[in-house]
Design a protein around this ligand. Structure first.
Ligand code: NCD
Length: 317
């Protein structure tokens, strides 16, 4: 278990939502509000002056990579960007994961890591001698910074993170954003979570046991059981986690968010979220619905939350 934040982000690895308490989120969100002002006013900031952060991405990424890179630059910091180290670094010559982490930490103040292996962020934090590791997704494990921006987005809308009803649809088994967000929601009282997925992609029984201690979980298998709810969180079926593509093809767009579905089941304040990328599971006709936040606040908040998180972890805020 990585160290708890306990009111102090400085020097901490960010690997799991289990490290946070509601008061840690309060600190992060109040800094995020300030970061939003800095970014929106295009005021030059020197908060990360003199800092270099390495972005080490073993898996494809648009939003997480782009928003971390932009977040650091918004605050006057600089980045070393290593995309696909399997091909473009000494990893291609056979260098181990641990050595790679120790080499890059020598050049920077923090490493942001995305890697296909569950547990890799923890392994990197064990390997690093000096700098904090911020996970940008570890295989089917967790995606903590996505959950932080999702929670910020939900809080921005409802001003609370308790007493909520949420629907998660799509890949509940392999979707790391869902795994982190369920942990985040478990920190608060009285949240109810509906899970709608093909039967092959249901929450693992271990996770079900764990999360059902804090959340009311209702597993459904049919669109007619969808609750109005406060949040609908759609996800992509994680093609890269399937060894058998015909199995993927069978389930890839079993549940699609359409204007008809929204009209029939959503409430007037239900917000529509998706971590993106979408690959067919949200009809683009939904995009113009003001309740659809995935290409609006949810995406933008990613940069603001990451600005705040990096500033806090580096002890600059
Ligand atoms: C997610 C991921 O990488 O887990 N993407 C993201 O960071 N916004 C979701 C996904 O790829 O389906």
């Amino acid at each position: 278990m990585p160290s708890l934040i306990n009111g102090n982000f400085k020097g901490k690895d960010i690997i799991s939502l289990d490290q946070f308490t509601p008061s840690d989120l309060k600190i992060l969100f109040s800094q995020t509000d300030k970061m939003k002002k800095i970014a929106m006013n295009a005021k030059p900031s020197k908060i990360l002056n003199g800092n270099i952060i390495t972005l080490l991405f073993y898996e494809p990424s648009s939003r997480t990579f782009g928003s971390f890179s932009a977040a650091i630059k918004q605050l006057g910091g600089q980045t070393v960007e290593i995309i696909n180290p399997q091909q473009f670094s000494s990893v291609a010559k056979g260098e181990t994961f641990e050595d790679t982490i120790r080499v890059f930490e020598a050049y920077c103040d923090a490493i942001v890591l995305r890697h296909p292996q569950e547990g890799s962020a923890k392994a990197a934090s064990d390997a690093a001698f000096f700098v904090p590791i911020i996970s940008a997704g570890d295989g089917i494990g967790e995606h903590p910074t996505q959950a932080l921006l999702d929670l910020y987005t939900i809080h921005e809308k409802f001003k609370r993170l308790n007493n909520l009803t949420l629907l998660f649809t799509g890949d509940i088994l392999y979707g790391r954003t869902v795994h982190s967000l369920l942990r985040g929601l478990s920190l608060f009282e009285n949240n109810t979570v509906y899970l709608l997925s093909p039967k092959e992609l249901k929450l693992s029984r271990g996770d079900y046991e764990k999360f059902s201690k804090k959340l009311k979980i209702v597993e459904i298998d049919n669109e007619s059981q969808i609750p109005k709810g406060d949040v609908w969180y759609w996800t992509r079926v994680q093609k890269e986690r399937f060894s058998n593509l015909s199995k993927y093809n069978k389930v890839k767009t079993k549940f699609t968010l359409t204007p008809e579905l929204v009209k029939k089941y959503a409430g007037k304040n239900t917000i529509l979220m998706h971590p993106l990328p979408r690959v067919g599971e949200i009809d683009p006709r939904v995009d113009s619905d003001p309740r659809a936040l995935y290409l609006r606040n949810q995406t933008r908040n990613g940069m603001y939350v990451r600005m705040a998180l990096i500033g806090l972890v580096l002890g600059k805020l």
